[in-house]
Design a protein around this ligand. Sequence first.
Ligand SMILES: Nc1ncnc2c1ncn2[C@@H]1O[C@H](COP(=O)(O)OP(=O)(O)O)[C@@H](O)[C@H]1O
Ligand SMILES: [Mg+2]
Length: 255
Amino acid sequence: MLALNDLVARVENENGEGKEIIKGLSLNVPAGEVHAIMGPNGAGKSTLSYVLTGRDGYEVTSGSASLNDEDLLEMDPEERAAKGLYLSFQYPLEIPGVPVMTFVRTAMNAQRKMRGEDEISAPEFLKKARELAKVLKIQPDMLKRPLNVGFSGGEKKRLEIFQAMMLEPNFLILDETDSGLDIDALRIVSEGVNALRSENRGMLVITHYQRLLDHIKPDKVHVLAAGQIIKTGGPELALRLEKEGYDGVLAEANA
Ligand SMILES: Nc1ncnc2c1ncn2[C@@H]1O[C@H](COP(=O)(O)OP(=O)(O)O)[C@@H](O)[C@H]1O
Ligand SMILES: [Mg+2]
């Protein structure tokens, strides 16, 4: 489903100079699977998610990236979103004046339009939003408040999952690296990820928290260091990293 082959990418700094961050990264996430990416700070984990979604200032210099055999690198960010690629923000946007419902409906309709589909009708949208809010234990009046303004950490997490589920992405990237998940937020995120698991959907969960993986049970765990995947294993690899840190795995990779 998501196929990255020997991907090399640079970030442009304020002076317009390029710095290579992703250095020949290959990764395959088949439909239906959840893969975790772990790695030391500065390894390039967040950069990878920005490169995949096509953020400004990130340039792929070689290699390939495709979603369902379609070349992602030829698409602009909106087209990638319309193909169902979704990145959940590490630092949720606050948008004063824009209610959650309006934001989600606008995003949904923009994607539908790109795909040549009709807009979702107001009643259909409301019904879907209400049902989902119930499942995720979101108070209905929260959906009328401006996006993320004054929301608690747990509320933001719940809304992040709400947005993802409303948009029904084909491929979901969650970057939880530095967001300081408390126990409550950990539970919300893992319940959300498990609810989003489906045979047609792939997920990449970027995390520092082995504990999150206890609840999510990833199919594979990849270690990203210095812009490359240096080791791949099952959930036991995350447990080993929790115990030993990254030093052992890094030393093996360099041996
Ligand atoms: N806009 C930028 N300009 C210069 N360097 C950057 C920029 N963004 C990221 N980097 C550098 O790229 C490396 C990887 O960053 P990042 O992808 O955020 O790491 P991770 O998410 O794994 O902690 C770091 O050394 C970081 O300083
Ligand atoms: Mg990061």
